[in-house]
Design a protein around this ligand. Structure first.
Ligand code: NAI
Length: 327
């Protein structure tokens, strides 16, 4: 017989809880907190040996020390990216695990949804026809067939995105510091990808090397009228530089599922509030920008898999097994 372990679960939303309850309730008592993990809420973790955290819970040195002090031994991230954790500092003090793969299809399909919506201006058509405005003026898009998609990061998601683009008859150029010759795409330098792509989609992790990889210098190297899609991490793009490039027409359209200052806003309802972030205000107000609130992962299949793998990670930890998803 095992003991029912209490697990503090931060930034909990109804769509998360559904699968964790269904799959984990016999073994774990999840204590769901709507709040993020912050210095003010860290105390809620204190009666638990493990916590479940998400992309915008900041696990820096101070937070890790705090958790260790109050007896937490495992941080189970219910996401793939771990740029919010000071991994080097955590080593030897507290275990950190993640869900390395749950549904690359969810994210890649969302990236294509952003591209199709922006290109064919579906978001504008939706608003028009609801107002019985059946004019087609300014709704012209272009055929994706024959255009070049530049994919930055050919991992799980980048590969699925490249398959989807191939299905549309697009040519693929890829950049990845660790090219895989079996991927069936042409690997090129980042410079060449920037200068030859009609659509650039980001699928690499956020690291010290990739932070602001899309800055004014990079944007200047791109084709006039390029589309930029970012479902990866907000800080890959210098938003101020992107805004200038959108205003000048250098960038024709941008689909952003992530934003560099998203932790202030995303996942919450600010519909009655004046947003204080001027760049976000401007981006959201542009007809050629589509912002979604870090929802690319949000499919039933992905949510179920996230819960399954996180529960497997917890069980391995409590039973003393090998933590193969350790970061
Ligand atoms: P992955 O680890 O399978 O692939 C990442 C690829 O990026 C690897 O092939 C790696 O070699 C490459 N890479 C590393 N450094 C690079 C660089 N400097 N330039 C170009 N490529 C580089 O990761 P996966 O599962 O494909 O996820 C990619 C990213 O998508 C994650 O890091 C995460 O930030 C983001 N993501 C976003 C979600 C959302 O809901 N919006 C959900 C899941 C992931």
């Amino acid at each position: 017989m095992f003991t029912i372990e209490q697990i503090a679960f931060f930034d909990a939303k109804p769509y998360d809880m559904k699968w964790f309850e269904e799959l984990g309730k016999d073994r774990y008592k999840f204590k769901y907190y709507e709040h993020r993990l912050t210095p003010d809420t860290a105390g809620l973790a204190c009666s638990c040996k493990a916590i479940v955290a998400f992309v915008n819970d900041i696990l820096d040195r101070e937070m890790l020390d705090r958790l260790v002090e109050c007896g937490v031994r495992l941080v189970a991230l219910r996401c793939a990216g771990y740029n919010n954790v000071d991994v080097n500092y955590a080593k030897g003090k507290i275990d950190v695990v993640r869900v390395p793969v749950y549904s690359p299809y969810a994210v890649a399909e969302h990236a294509m949804a952003l591209l199709l919506t922006l290109n064919r201006k579906i978001h504008r058509a939706f608003n028009r026809t609801r107002d019985f405005n059946f004019s087609l003026n300014d709704l012209t898009g272009f055929d994706l067939y024959g255009k070049t998609a530049g994919i930055v990061g050919m991992g799980q998601i980048g590969r699925v995105f490249s398959d989807i683009c191939r299905g549309f008859g697009m040519k693929i150029l890829a950049f990845d510091p660790y090219p895989d010759e079996d991927a069936g795409v042409e690997y090129v330098s980042l410079e060449r990808l920037f200068s030859e792509s009609d659509v650039i989609s980001l699928h690499c992790p956020l690291t010290a090397d990739t932070r602001y990889m899309i800055n004014s210098e990079a944007l200047n190297k791109m084709k006039d009228g390029v589309f930029i899609i970012n479902t990866s991490r907000g800080q890959l793009i210098d938003s101020d530089a992107l805004l200038k490039a959108l205003k000048s027409g250098k960038v024709h359209a941008a689909g952003l599922d992530v934003y560099e200052e998203e932790s202030e806003f995303f996942f919450e309802d600010y519909s009655g509030t004046v947003i204080q972030d001027d760049i976000l205000q401007l981006l959201v107000s542009m007809p050629n920008v589509l912002v979604t609130s870090h929802q690319a992962f949000l499919t039933e299949e992905a949510l179920k898999r996230i819960a399954e793998v996180t529960i497997e990670n917890l069980t391995k930890f409590f039973e003393g097994g090998e933590l193969e998803n350790r970061v």
